[in-house]
Design a protein around this ligand. Structure first.
Ligand SMILES: [Cu+2]
Length: 183
């Protein structure tokens, strides 16, 4: 004798409700809009956006990066700001920026309209690098053992904070770096 109602038996007929016309329409719109947003991020903004930055990263030992930062500071230091070395690298040159709990070093002075290659890494734990400096809006993670390389061309003179936006410990909220752009 056949079991007519059992969780093990296949239900008879069309047990599921077919999608209605409205559901199909909204489903299609959601898929189309999802693809449109994907295209914006992957194609449209990289093609027309001024703030885009090509981020590269390489492996490096934290001690090696610290040594290069020391050398960079010794070569181009012009002063001190609140106990942190102030460094003015030559236009077109490399800039080393090291994050550690809970500070950035050095303070960097740039010339407006010149392009610099920034090499950024962490000495200890994961930090975040967040900088809003026209035409750039930049936000990424900084990991010990990796150096992140970006190009920056400041458009306007002024002082710009570098914010650590990755919680890195009790002093996280104090972790502010600085870029000074001069004419
Ligand atoms: Cu941090």
């Amino acid at each position: 004798m056949a079991v007519r109602f059992s969780s093990l038996a296949k239900p008879q007929g069309t047990w599921w409700r077919p999608l209605g016309r409205d559901e199909r329409l909204w489903g299609a719109l959601a898929v189309i809009w999802g693809l449109a947003m994907f295209a914006m991020i992957a194609v449209i903004w990289p093609a027309i956006g001024r703030e885009q930055n090509r981020i590269q990263s390489y492996r490096i030992q934290p001690s090696e990066f610290a040594a290069r930062t020391d050398e960079f500071i010794q070569t181009y230091q012009i002063g001190e700001v609140d106990g942190v070395p102030l460094v003015a690298p030559p236009p077109g040159g490399d800039v080393y920026l090291e994050a550690r709990a809970f500070a950035w070093r050095p303070v960097i002075q740039l010339k407006r309209g010149e392009t610099y290659r920034f090499l950024i890494s962490s000495r200890d734990v994961q930090h975040g690098f967040s900088l809003v400096m026209a035409p750039h809006t930049i936000n990424f993670q900084i990991l010990p053992g990796f150096v992140t390389v970006i190009q920056l061309t400041p458009e306007d003179a002024g002082e710009y904070p570098i914010v650590c936006n990755e919680y890195c410990g009790l002093g996280h909220h104090l972790m502010l770096g600085r870029i000074v752009v001069t004419d």
